[in-house]
Design a protein around this ligand. Sequence first.
Ligand SMILES: Cc1ncc(COP(=O)(O)O)c(C=O)c1O
Length: 376
Amino acid sequence: MSTFDAYLATFDAEPGYLNWAAFGPLSPSVREEVFADADLLGSGRPSSLALVGERVGQARDLAAELLGADSADVTVQPSSTHGLSQALYGLTGAVIAGTGEFPSVSLTLERAAQASHGELVPRWITPDDGRVTPDAVAEALDDDVTAVAVSHVDFRTGFRIDLAALREAIGPDRLLVLDAVQSFGVIDVDYAAADVVAGHGYKWLRAGRGSGFAWFSPRARERIRPVLSGITGTTASGLFVDELPAPAPSAQAFTVSGPDTLAAGRLAIGLRDVRDAGVAAIEERLATRVDAVIEIADRHGIAVSSPRDRAQRAGIVALAPEEPARLAAALANAGVVVTARGSSVRVAPHAGTDDATLQLLDDALAAFGNETFISA
Ligand SMILES: Cc1ncc(COP(=O)(O)O)c(C=O)c1O
């Protein structure tokens, strides 16, 4: 069995799970290793505690490898929102963001602006179709704009922004703060176009909550003030008392306190599994699963509002059915797990989504269509 096939074989959630954009059921390796790490922490032996402590460095090294970055510039965070907060609270000037972003971007930017006494001003954009494209960003640019905060893949529309085109649009001097929650580990891209990349392990990496991380490029570190810097991000190497050291001249300045080593372990294992399987292979396989979901929706006459072009999507298919609540209920009754919100039903397969799961979706949509026929 190839490494990639072995990776696919680890997807052991119950058939019908199509909600990876909300939560990724934990992989077998993450489950096993977290039990082992917990046992080590239960022993009280200093060497065992130190061993689990090494998980933090492993997570940073592996995230750096996948980002094509230096591990010294990677921080582990309680969540991606914590990572985004570290970046956004330290900015000044006008910062472009979409009003339709996940609130980890929009609300955090607003709160950071409120705390900045006028030094940071959000420049909100609301594109008609909800897609924050490089053109939509370019239209909002002027000399006051210092940065752009955007999701690589939008959680609602499923739209994936072209990072190289976005960098081209904003020029070399403005900062690009990227929420990579819906792409990291499943989309093979050059993150060097961004200055800050925040993500987490609890969806596509199958590593559970508490497993956030954020990368701060050297340029970002020069330009973003570490205003939320805490006791782990100082120039002091150990515990300090009777002194108040300055923020560290490294990405660790963007951390607050000691990380959860169990969470770091889960993140490290999730990252390792993705690294070993290969992000490009995962992306390719996921694309075929997304194609299959779109084909099923098309065949049953359900409108798809997310992008069809592979280059503009990742793992999210947004359905726009005529009766969203009724479709959501039908899918839930059939054991198909998705996210239904307002007029949209979000279907999110992963690379390891099996044919049985797609068949369940197909059957549920077929039954849904027939129901409409009978009751009409
Ligand atoms: C695009 C996006 N950003 C951020 C988050 C929240 O991440 P966290 O819980 O790590 O703060 C989500 C969660 O669904 C998301 O979809």
